[in-house]
Write a protein that binds this ligand. Sequence first.
Ligand code: SF4
Length: 285
Amino acid sequence: MVLKVSYSFHLLIERLTNCLYKSAYNMNQEIDLRFEPIDLFYSKLEHAKDLIRDSIKQFPKIAVACSFGKDSMVVVDIARKVDFHIPIFAIMTIHKPKETFEYLIKMNELMHLNVKVYIVADQIPRILKDANIETVLLPADEYNRESAICRKEIYVEKPDLCCDLLKVHPTRVAVKDLDAWCCGLRNTEGRTRLDYEEIENKGGLYKINPILTFTEEEVFQYLHNNGIPLHPWYEFEFEDGRRYRSLGCATCTKPIYPEQLEREGRWINTSKCGGECGIHTKYLK
Ligand code: SF4
């Protein structure tokens, strides 16, 4: 039997347990805590649904951002279990792996996502056109101009600028008419994500992070439990044990070891290694 508990109760239990352990440690005593098993993951899940449900009520103009990475797929699925018609948007770039485009098309069809894609490019990628994906094409003039004056590739020489032009700018366009957006940001993903909160307000635009406390294992567990296929890059395992654990543009995503933090494979050998593209750090309105 699954015991349904509220998230605040789960936090209370965690804190109480920590307190008891600390006291026992201070007294140099062993402690034996005999709690009935509590399905904490279930409580996190219910909490995520409640958060989305409340957000939809509070912010009628809300959408879910989906990068088609593992975390996004969890949020999208949870949000659609609350409201099947919640809008989904994706910011794609010309540097995303072809497998991400293929996965987007596959999942859009499989889950009836009706996803709206925003992309800075000279033309809509053929693969999106052929699949009839609703796409907003944004001008690439500035990106092309800046790329032309770089000695190396722009994503190597000026990755912040590259992300700004290809990711942050299109996200600003995507959220222009929204009151709030949901995304799959999680605290344990990397050094830059420790201090986020479930509800953020930046300049009047609210961001909801429903799976903030999920672990990487819980994300994979959710996808498995709900029959959601994985992006194929998560399936690769290199001989030395490295795997892709956080997906972005192909140019800036590398496989990493299990003991590393998930985002340590992003922007390796650049000034922003393991960091952020800017959509979660910059003002979007
Ligand atoms: S992830 Fe790399 S290629 Fe993609 S927008 Fe950022 S810097 Fe450019």
